[in-house]
Ligand binder design. Sequence first.
Ligand code: 5GP
Ligand code: MN
Length: 329
Amino acid sequence: MDVRVPLFVRDGMDETVQAIWDAQTVVLACHVNPDGDALGSLLGLGLGLEKLGKTVTLLSADGVPVPYRFLPEWGRIATEAPKTESAFDLAIGLDAGEFARLGASTVALSQAKTLIDIDHHVTGKEFGQIKLIDAQTASTAELVFDVLNALGIELTREIAQCLLCGVLTDTGGFRFTNVQPRTMLVGAALIAAGASPTEVYESVYENKTLAAQKLLGRALASLSVTEDKKIAWAAVTQKDFLETHATDNDSDGIANAVRIVRGVEVAIFLRESDNGSFRVSLRAQPGWDVASVAAKFGGGGHKLAAGCTVAGPLDAAVSALLSHLSACD
Ligand code: 5GP
Ligand code: MN
């Protein structure tokens, strides 16, 4: 089946395509604590560029979490660039609202002759000489889909599977408010090219460790709401991690369990780091802008899904977040 996705003219696309044509060695990197969009975009673009004969290095400073190890060629992703004598011709940062979000990969990327930022976050902290940024697009994978199209690269099943992982996970399985008609068309084109939504769902959403489910239990046991019940929060401490044998990756998806409580407009999920500070995930209903709240703490993200790090103890972190949230109500 041939699915046609209408072209979308975006600033930065022509420059991106030209820079790719001009380069031979390309280093690609995604953000720290990578999600399905980060890794799917990284691999999808990397495999595509290899079809053009480019020498591609794929970097994820925090590696590839287990749920994403179904992605074709995931083992090609390195945490550090090999020590090459010469710098890369071209570097591309993917799905990262700011350069620092690329973690240790920034070292290799800074040395490249040209740097491109491909992203769909709203941060005002774009980087690189070339910026392909569109906050209206649901996933970075969709931007990569457009780049591959513009380069005339045929979608293999492997590339399609990587990109579908990005599209599906950043839309919560086509449920979030970022879904547009075009998002579905891109999904359809990827499935037509051989991608399997079932494989993405099973690996990412139905592949929880026992520890993750126990950690979810701890988080839900801590669930609290403001008096008007519009803001809910849940937290897990280092003690919870130790007692359930959970790792940080096991906390994926807990923010969503807070978000889906009836009447809740803003969900806060806090997880304690080993230095006593809290990594915070914020999720909101339309009308809120939690990216601006996260920015107050040095974080960022999207209006309806953002993150930051807040100093402990827990009570102080929650109070600080609630006071910033009530200020933007
Ligand atoms: P999550 O809560 O899933 O970790 O992140 C939600 C969104 O906020 C994602 O788009 C993520 O990239 C962004 N985000 C999370 N933490 C940070 C942070 O510390 N800084 C910035 N700039 N963005 C973040
Ligand atoms: Mn993304």
